[in-house]
Ligand binder design. Structure first.
Ligand SMILES: Cc1cc2nc3c(=O)[nH]c(=O)nc-3n(C[C@H](O)[C@H](O)[C@H](O)COP(=O)(O)OP(=O)(O)OC[C@H]3O[C@@H](n4cnc5c(N)ncnc54)[C@H](O)[C@@H]3O)c2cc1C
Length: 409
């Protein structure tokens, strides 16, 4: 069977991993590198850093299994993920219960209600909250003040103008996964050497099985024939698309529901000094042109990079806001007192289809694995609801491979 996979993100690579022993697999990737949202920059001969910050969670069982099969599970390290909230020029640590109790911008009643929301999130079935706006849900549980002062800035920085359309399903799954912590805070997983190691191992595995990987070869034209689909004029027995439904449709794919997507603009900086008071993840309240400052080297703390690595995370809808890179840099320098000489280098990664926006009613937009004779899997698939993740993409890649294998046998 001659099989085409469009996109070499984790979904495409995972699908290829499960099919390369059975089918004649060809992967088309528009970019020079593999990995999609999980691709990395090289910092040195043996050091890489993700273009977009990444960590994994203790519940990511399918990711761990894949790491084991690829012989790199011993590279997984569990590190402390501290958090904070930047409000009016001050970073408030919010990692331990004591720090949360000291946080001055919520009342004690707000904190008790917030605590109940966190406990409630552990038993909630996200799908039952799909039709409820996150805003209404939080106000019901925690009141107007906690919403306006704590949750709304977080939702706004993640979803911009669509923040009040986001469902409680997304919010509660987020609260649940991020509140799985002990008194010292949350433990998050990272791959020593970077997640590029996973991409490299997958690539080596596929190459050893004769899989053709075509970089800088975007799928531009999809056409239905009597026997199936052809991509860029080449006929295949089966085609798996892992790109967003809008991208697929634009190249001639079947009509799909309008899954709302947003873009991510992520700046990474190599710095002379630490800037977030030792905290890994600082959410920003206010008008900064980025929603979080992520001190990667406050997470991976063993000095392996020889400098401080910081991300500035920003999301957008449509096209990248004008002058975003310059505005992010200028704001960061002023707000955090960073001199030009403190910045060794910086780079900006842009991805227009960085993930779906989980608006109310989103569960009806979840795509099946087969549509109009095409195989579909990616961030729009069921395992990536109500939040996309490496784990979700690995499961979706395997599930779509099983659909294809069902056709072969
Ligand atoms: C900012 C950010 C932070 C994240 N942090 C985490 C995290 O901490 N933990 C976690 O578990 N997950 C995280 N994720 C999610 C995780 O990265 C994704 O769920 C996963 O990598 C998506 O893989 P995918 O293959 O489904 O999609 P993608 O990675 O988007 O892959 C799609 C591929 O298709 C290619 N493509 C697009 N159009 C074409 C075309 N026409 N022809 C050929 N190729 C094409 C793209 O270049 C890309 O390589 C994060 C994502 C982002 C954006």
């Amino acid at each position: 069977m001659k099989l085409c996979i469009i996109g070499s993100g984790l979904t495409g690579l995972a699908a290829a991993y499960h099919l390369s022993d059975t089918a004649d697999v060809e992967i088309l990737e528009r970019s020079p590198e593999l990995g999609g949202c999980l691709s990395s920059y090289a910092l040195g001969p043996k050091t890489t850093i993700e273009k977009f910050y990444h960590h994994c969670f203790s519940s990511d069982k399918n990711l761990f299994q894949l790491l084991e099969e690829l012989g790199i599970n011993d590279r997984l390290e569990w590190l402390k993920g501290s958090t904070g909230y930047y409000v009016d020029g001050t970073i408030h640590p919010l990692t331990t219960p004591v720090e949360i109790l000291r946080y001055p911008h919520l009342t004690l009643i707000d904190k008790i209600r917030l605590g109940l929301l966190v406990v409630g999130s552990r038993n909630v079935d996200a799908e039952t909250l799909d039709d409820i706006p996150a805003r209404d849900f939080v106000i019901r549980w925690c009141g107007e003040h906690a919403y306006a002062s704590f949750f709304e800035p977080l939702l706004r920085s993640k979803f911009g103008d669509m923040h009040d359309q986001v469902s409680a399903a997304w919010l509660m799954s987020r609260v649940s996964i991020r509140s799985n912590r002990g008194v010292e805070g949350e433990r998050l997983g990272y791959l020593n050497g970077g997640f590029q190691l996973l991409i490299d191992r997958l690539e080596a595995h596929l190459q050893a099985r004769g899989c053709a990987i075509r970089r800088e070869t975007g799928a531009t034209a999809l056409e239905r024939t009597d026997r199936g689909w052809q991509v860029n004029g080449t006929p295949y027995d089966a085609v798996i698309s892992t790109v967003s439904p809008a991208t697929l449709q634009a190249m001639g794919g079947p009509e799909l529901p309008p899954v709302p997507y947003q873009g991510a603009a992520c700046m990474i900086l190599g710095l002379e000094r630490e800037v977030t008071d030792g905290i890994y993840w600082v959410n920003m309240k206010g008008d900064a042109p980025y929603g979080a400052v992520i001190g990667h080297t406050n997470f991976v703390t063993d000095g392996r990079y020889g400098e401080q690595i910081v991300y500035l995370a920003s999301y957008y809808r449509g096209s990248v806001p004008e002058n975003l890179e310059a505005r992010m840099l200028a704001d960061f320098r002023t707000r955090f007192g960073v001199a030009n000489t403190d910045i060794h280098w910086h780079r900006m990664a842009i991805e227009d289809a960085a993930g779906p926006v989980y608006t109310t009613g989103y569960r009806h937009l979840i795509q099946p694995y087969v549509k109009g004779g095409l195989y579909l899997a990616g961030m729009f698939s069921a395992p990536n609801y109500p939040e996309r993740s490496m784990e979700g993409s690995i499961i979706a890649g395997r599930a779509v491979a099983q659909e294809v294998l069902g056709k072969i046998t």
